[in-house]
Design a protein around this ligand. Structure first.
Ligand SMILES: Cc1cc2nc3c(=O)[nH]c(=O)nc-3n(C[C@H](O)[C@H](O)[C@H](O)COP(=O)(O)O)c2cc1C
Length: 284
């Protein structure tokens, strides 16, 4: 059990792998304990110009600047209604690129309202580096405003499923401390740590350092684990954490658990190694 959800195992897919929920049934066959679909926005959007995903095999890494390409929340809801997979499916929600200020907050509310009946949990994504200024929601004033607006919606609709905030690894501990305080007195259940990093100095080779976008995979491993550790300590183990960032094998999976993750997600490691990594991690 985690946050009131009953799961077969602790390993799930991270957001972005199945943005529109087109592959829920087949991903569900691979042995994951849960799936997170999205990020989905109220309206369909194309995302940034291609090329926008870059693999760096020397570093076991991906740099992406997709920019929330997705078919819109209504399309995802249709897929959720049709799914045969019986496991846990979380939905990750975001804002359209062109929405500004209060419209951004409204975008999250629109998505939450449309998906909550068909999702097992909701993840509120404020940490993609590829939607300009989205990460400003980490600032104290902005996060309070967003969380208050979501709290109101949760009360109004009597939403009972767990709600997670997905954060960036590039925030200072001071900023994360504030976020923990805000989450602690809100209707949010926990935190997903972390999204991709824009800090390319963690790459050991310089070849990919100039590629614009968020870095994931092995170079992100330590940074995200440190943030998970910090959240666990700072919250006295009181905030449920879904850990993500650089899981590429059983050891890095265990590191995430030891740091305080109740559940663990994988994206880059799965893309680079293929489906066999699921059993490799879970059998060890
Ligand atoms: C190609 C790609 C697309 C992604 N899209 C999303 C997304 O839409 N929403 C989101 O919250 N995270 C997205 N992420 C971030 C992942 O969910 C995850 O937080 C990050 O990649 C770290 O995990 P990893 O090292 O296992 O890949 C994306 C990552 C990649 C590589």
């Amino acid at each position: 059990m985690f946050a009131g959800m009953s799961l077969q195992n602790m390993l799930g897919t991270a957001a972005g792998l199945d943005k529109n929920g087109d592959y829920i049934n087949c991903l569900g066959e691979l042995g994951f304990g849960f799936l997170e679909v999205g990020t989905v926005t109220p309206e369909e959007q194309y995302g940034n110009a291609k090329p926008r995903v870059f693999r760096d095999l020397r570093e076991n890494a991906i740099i992406n600047r997709l920019g929330f390409n997705n078919k819109g929340v209504d399309y995802l809801v249709k897929n959720l209604k049709l799914k045969k997979y019986k496991g846990i499916v979380g939905v990750n929600v975001g804002a359209n690129k062109w929405s500004q200020g209060k419209e951004r907050i409204k975008d999250y509310l629109v998505c939450i309202e449309k998906v909550y009946k068909y999702a097992d949990y909701i993840s509120v994504n404020i940490s993609s580096p590829n939607t300009p200024n989205l990460r400003d929601f980490h600032n104290e004033k902005n996060i309070i405003e967003l969380v208050n607006a979501i709290d109101l919606k949760v009360s109004e609709l009597n939403i009972q499923i767990p709600l997670f905030l997905k954060i960036s690894p590039d925030e200072s501990n001071e900023s994360i401390k504030k976020i923990i305080e805000v989450i602690g007195i809100s209707k949010f259940t926990g935190i997903i740590a972390t999204n991709t990093t824009i800090d390319k100095s963690v790459l050991s080779h310089s070849a990919s350092r100039d590629i614009e976008g968020g870095l994931s995979g092995e170079p992100l491993q330590r940074k995200s684990t440190e943030k998970i550790n910090f959240i666990r300590k700072e919250s006295n183990n009181q905030i449920p954490i879904i850990g993500v960032g650089g899981v590429i094998d059983a050891r890095s999976f265990n590191d995430k658990v030891l740091a305080g993750s109740g559940l663990v997600q994988i994206y880059t490691g799965f893309v680079l190694a293929g489906p066999s990594i699921v059993t490799e991690i879970l059998m060890n």
